[in-house]
Design a protein around this ligand. Structure first.
Ligand code: UDP
Length: 332
């Protein structure tokens, strides 16, 4: 039987590569477009190793309309696009906002134009809980308003969701909370070229000796232990949410919606470090530093909408996320 072609922009990235595996395992044919700007070919090779198959890969920047056009000419059976390709470093976006507006919004504009031209009517968009800003009610649900974004990165996610809302396409925006961990083979993972900014990769670098120590950014928040609270979602569960969304969008006549993808439970920075030490039997050197600009005090998801509508539930443990994150770091 012929497989359904799915274009995965940013398919060589952290979440993208995990999604390739789930797509293949469910009988889809993923096609990657990625400029490898903040990831590595190793992730594609890792995914190919896991699925024991080659994956079609186009290496170019998604803002390049001519090349995108050529891709859609060649691959004329694409049924849906999963759009991951974007810059994602919050702190960098504060320093270089234009880079974020140009790339994150520019690539979506090109994609929407080409999808319309080639009559491809389904898009799943990588959004983020940053669209909520600092929410008034916790857990935050999809009906919460978009408050002021804490960074240009967050603004691009808000704007992209609005752009998608305005076009005549089926769309699902997936609002990720904090992805962590790796596939259980540890053959794919976060290959961001830059120094990591995220908590778990930084803990792993300290554990592996790449960094001597780390800081907890603030312990005077109004939370359980004074440190910030987040909702950490295993990347394999997150990848499976894309599959659930894809199955749903392809079954729907008309759909425009958004789903939170989180566990629904808040965990503090201190708790993450303590748990990492416990399960990996290590000591992490850290000190308490000042608050980091742009950090939201506490956010975690209400995930009942996707539970009820798509029958998606997180099943992977936080323990397995922290263990695979550490193995991935050691294997790098
Ligand atoms: N964090 C920290 N030290 C670090 C990196 C992160 O205390 O070296 C905290 C950060 O302030 C936030 C939480 O860890 O409260 C998660 O941060 P991350 O950058 O991983 O994700 P974010 O929620 O900002 O997207």
């Amino acid at each position: 039987m012929k497989k359904t072609d799915i274009l995965v922009t940013g398919g060589a990235g952290y979440i993208g590569s995990h999604t390739l595996v789930e797509l293949h395992n469910s009988g889809y044919r993923p096609i990657i477009v990625d400029n490898l700007s903040n990831t590595s070919l190793e992730n594609i090779k890792g995914a190919e190793n896991i699925i024991k198959n080659k994956i079609t890969f186009y290496e170019f920047d998604c803002t390049d309309e001519d090349q995108m056009n050529e891709l859609f000419e060649l691959e004329n059976n694409i049924e849906a696009v999963i759009h991951f390709a974007a810059f994602k470093a919050v702190e960098e976006s504060v320093r270089e906002p234009k880079k974020y507006y140009d790339n994150n919004i520019g690539s979506l504009e090109v994609l929407l134009k080409i999808m319309k031209k080639y009559d491809v009517n389904n898009i799943i968009f990588s959004s983020s809980c940053t669209v909520y800003g600092s929410p008034d009610i916790l857990p935050v649900s999809e009906s919460a308003p978009f408050k002021k974004a804490e960074s240009p990165y967050g603004e691009t996610k808000q704007l992209c969701e609005k752009l998608i809302d305005e076009v005549d396409l089926n769309s699902i925006s997936l609002r990720y909370f904090n992805p962590v961990g790796s596939h259980d083979t540890c053959l794919i993972g976060d290959c961001s070229a830059d120094k990591p900014n995220n908590l778990v990769p930084i803990i792993c670098e300290v554990a592996g000796g790449k960094r001597n120590t780390m800081q907890i950014f603030g312990n005077d928040y109004k939370t359980i232990d004074g440190t910030c609270v987040r909702d950490y979602i295993h990347v394999v569960d997150l990848a499976k949410a894309h599959l659930a969304a894809l199955n749903h969008i392809l079954d729907s006549k008309k759909i425009k919606t958004a789903y939170n993808i989180g566990v629904g439970k808040g965990v503090s920075v201190q708790e993450v470090i303590d748990f990492f030490e416990k399960i990996n039997d290590l000591k992490i050197s850290y000190k308490i530093g000042p608050r980091r600009a742009g950090d939201v005090e506490e956010i975690y998801s209400d995930n009942t909408k996707i539970n009820n509508e798509l029958n998606w539930f997180p099943v992977m443990s936080f323990e397995s996320a922290l263990k695979t994150a550490w193995i991935w770091e050691k294997n790098k």
